[in-house]
Design a protein around this ligand. Sequence first.
Ligand SMILES: *[C@@H]1O[C@H](CO)[C@@H](O)[C@H](O)[C@H]1NC(C)=O
Ligand SMILES: *[C@@H]1O[C@H](CO)[C@@H](O)[C@H](O)[C@H]1NC(C)=O
Ligand SMILES: *[C@@H]1O[C@H](CO)[C@@H](O)[C@H](O)[C@H]1NC(C)=O
Ligand SMILES: *[C@@H]1O[C@H](CO)[C@@H](O)[C@H](O)[C@H]1NC(C)=O
Ligand SMILES: *[C@@H]1O[C@H](CO)[C@@H](O)[C@H](O)[C@H]1NC(C)=O
Length: 222
Amino acid sequence: MKFAPLAVLASLSLGVHAHFRLLFPEPRGVFVADQEPNFCGGYSDVTTNRTTFPLEGGFFRIRQGHEDWSTSVLVSVAPNPNSFDTFKSGGEDLYARFWANESKTGNFCIPLDLSASGVSGVEDGANVTIQIVLNGGDGQLYQCADLTLSSNYTFPSDIQSACVNETADHTAHGTETSTSPSTSETAGSSGSGNGQLGGFEHLPVLSALGAGVVGALIAIAL
Ligand SMILES: *[C@@H]1O[C@H](CO)[C@@H](O)[C@H](O)[C@H]1NC(C)=O
Ligand SMILES: *[C@@H]1O[C@H](CO)[C@@H](O)[C@H](O)[C@H]1NC(C)=O
Ligand SMILES: *[C@@H]1O[C@H](CO)[C@@H](O)[C@H](O)[C@H]1NC(C)=O
Ligand SMILES: *[C@@H]1O[C@H](CO)[C@@H](O)[C@H](O)[C@H]1NC(C)=O
Ligand SMILES: *[C@@H]1O[C@H](CO)[C@@H](O)[C@H](O)[C@H]1NC(C)=O
């Protein structure tokens, strides 16, 4: 009867994707972990409470808890971007920002100059939608934000000042004041940044699962 609990653990661990949070601009709706592998993180329809976003010199901010990830940004000028096809033209993805890779975990402010996308209709006053695509090594994850572009908009100081990179690799520990050791950290897993990323609501579950899986593996080895 050893197989049943192992199978449960295996399927649970498969469900632990390399989730990320889109912190700015605000996504279409509240974060739902299970939905993140789906189009726009499960929010398929456009919202009306758009975020004003600069045409040039913008950025997006994400929190990423797994090492070795890459991200890209797609843009759509469709009135209701509700499918992956609405982020394509002639079958090609409309990139506002092509894939870039990063090894560290933490919070990242990533420059996003939408005017440089060259996508027709991305202009002053336009309503557009961006879809942040993140690859953490186990498939792609998605979050969307509905925007209104402005060529004369500058970020308020609170948004501007929140934009700092706060990486959470081992060497950064000393700079973090609210660090609490996590079980996955002592296990030396790739979730070592989790201690810093206390904002993840599912973190206790993740840590518990991590410990459970490690425990199960040790049990087998013994
Ligand atoms: C828009 O409204 C929805 C529902 O109230 C909310 O979840 C979402 O965060 C809002 N988005 C923005 C960009 O304010
Ligand atoms: C942009 O979207 C807002 C909110 O949905 C809407 O009120 C406005 O008319 C739209 N503007 C354009 C140019 O389509
Ligand atoms: C960067 O990420 C992309 C997409 O995940 C991948 O195809 C590529 O090999 C990565 N490049 C490097 C240098 O790691
Ligand atoms: C944050 O890190 C990203 C990725 O390394 C980099 O592209 C960006 O310029 C940095 N942003 C700030 C505000 O330091
Ligand atoms: C900024 O641009 C918008 C159009 O995108 C316009 O309605 C507004 O008046 C402009 N504001 C200033 C301060 O120039």
